[in-house]
Design a protein around this ligand. Sequence first.
Ligand code: SF4
Ligand code: SF4
Ligand code: SF4
Length: 184
Amino acid sequence: MVEVARYFTDFTQGESCGKCTFCRVGTRHMRDILKSITVGEGSMEELADLEEIGEAVIKGSLCSLGKTAPNPVLTTLRFFRDEYVAHIEEKRCPAKMCRSLIAFYIDLEACARGCDACVACCPVDAIFTTSNRKKAIDQEKCVKCGECVYACPPEYDAVRRVSPPEMIPDQGIEPLTEKEESEA
Ligand code: SF4
Ligand code: SF4
Ligand code: SF4
């Protein structure tokens, strides 16, 4: 929900004609706060700021764009406040949407040996073969696009998405050596 609010605020901020100061500056300020929350850098004080600025933008805007621009933020703050708090206090995205706060890993128990379906879909070659010839994700390379989740056949369903990134379990992964690879 936080990412949804950020997306809509970013959109309306871009659409503002700039005539009213509250709409022009207020939506920009809200967008910046939401951005910092989605990357785990928000504060509880900023939640109060979001509500205050949102109400001011509604009151101080001339047209319906400005008068409705804060609605996604104010509504999600009212009904999904716990999600905002999780982003701020636990650096965790409950919806597992915010890229800075999530990570992907492959469950070695579920991954099928010899199935390479995820490898070709990765845009940054982050998926490598492990010493037991399963697949794993190089966290340094992964850009968290989520493509491998969809590429993995449903009968294996081996790609996991977690938040915060520290939730990735230690599976004792060893990459396949070049010698082992050439002998395969
Ligand atoms: S409220 Fe409407 S008129 Fe005022 S700056 Fe926003 S878009 Fe322009
Ligand atoms: S999430 Fe995207 S970048 Fe990361 S391993 Fe999967 S396909 Fe590659
Ligand atoms: S697509 Fe799924 S089952 Fe196949 S290698 Fe990748 S993670 Fe393993």
